[in-house]
Design a protein around this ligand. Structure first.
Ligand SMILES: Cc1cc2nc3c(=O)[nH]c(=O)nc-3n(C[C@H](O)[C@H](O)[C@H](O)COP(=O)(O)OP(=O)(O)OC[C@H]3O[C@@H](n4cnc5c(N)ncnc54)[C@H](O)[C@@H]3O)c2cc1C
Length: 168
C-alpha cells in the first residue's frame, strides 16, 4: 500500500474539544477526492494508526488537514503534543463517500459532530469547481459551540452558498 511521509506543520483549536491539524506532503503529489479519508500512523509506533477524513478540498494543494474530536486517548494525546515538524506516515486516500456527478440530482448531507469533516471537503471543492448541484447540509450537535466549520451566520466557513440548517 503506497504511503507518504508527511510533516505536521500546524495545529489549531477550532471549536470546543476539537482541533485541526495540517500536514505537508514534502513535495510528493498527494491526490484525493473530496470526502475521502486516510490512515495516519504516528512516528513512535508503527501499529498506532487511526483513520481521519481529509477536511480540506483537493484543490487546496499546499497541505492536507484533518479535524479531530480530542480525547485523552493515546494517539490524540501524541498528536496534540507532537512538535511541529514531526513526521507521520499517511496512507493513500481511500473511500467512496464522494459527490455524485449528476448535477440534476441534489445532494443532502446529514452530519453529526466531527462527521462534518468529509462534507466540508466536498462542499468546499464543489464551490471551487463551480459545480451547480443543489447541496443541503443538516448538521446536528449537542451544543452550538460544538459545531465545527460553521460561522456565526450558520454557513460553512469556506462555502457561503449552500443552505445550512443547524439542529441543536
Ligand atoms: C472512515 C473514518 C473516518 C474518520 N474520520 C474521523 C475524523 O475526521 N475525525 C475524528 O475525530 N475521528 C474520525 N474517525 C474516528 C477515528 O478514526 C478514531 O477511531 C476515533 O477518533 C477514536 O480514536 P481514539 O484514538 O480517540 O480512541 P482509541 O484509542 O482508538 O479508543 C477507542 C475507544 O476505546 C476506548 N478504549 C481504548 N483503550 C481502551 C481500553 N484499554 N479499555 C477500555 N476502553 C478502551 C477509548 O476510550 C475510546 O472510547 C474516523 C473513522 C473512520 C472509520
Amino acid at each position: 500500500m503506497p504511503e507518504y511521509q508527511m510533516t505536521l506543520t500546524n495545529r489549531q483549536s477550532i471549536v470546543r474539544d476539537t482541533m485541526a491539524f495540517w500536514f505537508d506532503a514534502n513535495g510528493a503529489r498527494y491526490e484525493f477526492r473530496a470526502g475521502q479519508h486516510a490512515d495516519f500512523v504516528s512516528g513512535s509506533e508503527s501499529d498506532n494508526s487511526r483513520t481521519f477524513s481529509l477536511a480540506r478540498s483537493p484543490l487546496d494543494k499546499d497541505s492536507i488537514m484533518i479535524a479531530i474530536r480530542m480525547r485523552k486517548t493515546a494517539f490524540k494525546s501524541e498528536l496534540k503534543t507532537a512538535a511541529l515538524g514531526t513526521k507521520f506516515i499517511v496512507s493513500r486516500p481511500r473511500g467512496s463517500f464522494t459527490l455524485h456527478r449528476d448535477i440534476t440530482r441534489p445532494a443532502v448531507f446529514l452530519a453529526g459532530g466531527i462527521g462534518i469533516s468529509p462534507i466540508r471537503s466536498i462542499l468546499r471543492s464543489a464551490i471551487q469547481e463551480h459545480l451547480t448541484h443543489k447541496l443541503y447540509l443538516f448538521y446536528s450537535n449537542r451544543k452550538a459551540d460544538d459545531a465545527a466549520f460553521i460561522d456565526s451566520r450558520g454557513h460553512v466557513h469556506c462555502c457561503p452558498g449552500p443552505s445550512v440548517s443547524c439542529v441543536s
